[in-house]
Design a protein around this ligand. Sequence first.
Ligand code: PAF
Length: 289
Amino acid sequence: MTSSTDRSAPLVVRTPHELRRALADAGRTALVPTMGALHGGHQSLMRIARERADTVVVSIFVNPLQFGPNEDFDRYPRDLEGDTARCAQEGVDVVFAPETETMYPAGRPMVTIEAGEMGERLEGTSRPGHFTGVLTVVGKLFHLVRPDLAVFGEKDAQQIALIRRMVADLDFPVEIVGAPILRDPDGLASSSRNVYLSAAERTAALALSRSLEAARSAAGRGAAAARTAAAAVLEEAAGGEPPVEPDYLALIDPSTFAEVADDHRGDAVLALAARVGTTRLIDNTSIRF
Ligand code: PAF
């Protein structure tokens, strides 16, 4: 395997057989699961992986199972060449980029991993079946790569919480490492979907991070005040041009994703999702009350 200082191109493998061969003497292995369209946020995940393992594998697979019928599966950006170049910059050893038929040879699998109650809240309400798709593919990737650790971005707060639950509940022998949200200097959280935004939509989308900031500033006055402050920013943006259409804004308990009470004490996550034009964006922040 290449060492952490070698920045040569990663080996791109397409099948489980090629993957096993590539990982024959891998030593401690880190997996960064992605759907491609890699950006600086993904690169920060790769750097965390690089620091902690002998071999870094990045999987690139646009997983049809986690997209709803009216979502952006078909137009999701795909750029294996550009993605491989970004992986090379971070000293990634292996890129696993299977075809859909390789991952799901019989079409939709009959047996899937269900996320349970916590997976039905927030993102799960707006995107029914989404987390079944995510957990099923992540479970498959864990079996295929057999990593010692896997790195996920904290922007998808509910996703990483559910993956942690899956690993605990189903005894996957893998450590889950969270990577802090990477933001542009103006506050916009890095996302593969940001490429869909026009200049005006991108400016409007800053309301998401402003809303989180407003909640953090109001946190000293309690959970209800934080929730109200965040909602006020989104309400104003809903009347802007282009409008920001909120999907949900929730102040939740990080272990259950259920709403916290107005007098909550302790840790909480303010999570929100909104649509700007045709683009759906999510963001979150941790707040301690
Ligand atoms: O976060 C993502 O990009 C995807 O949900 C994941 C974890 C790679 C599963 O397809």
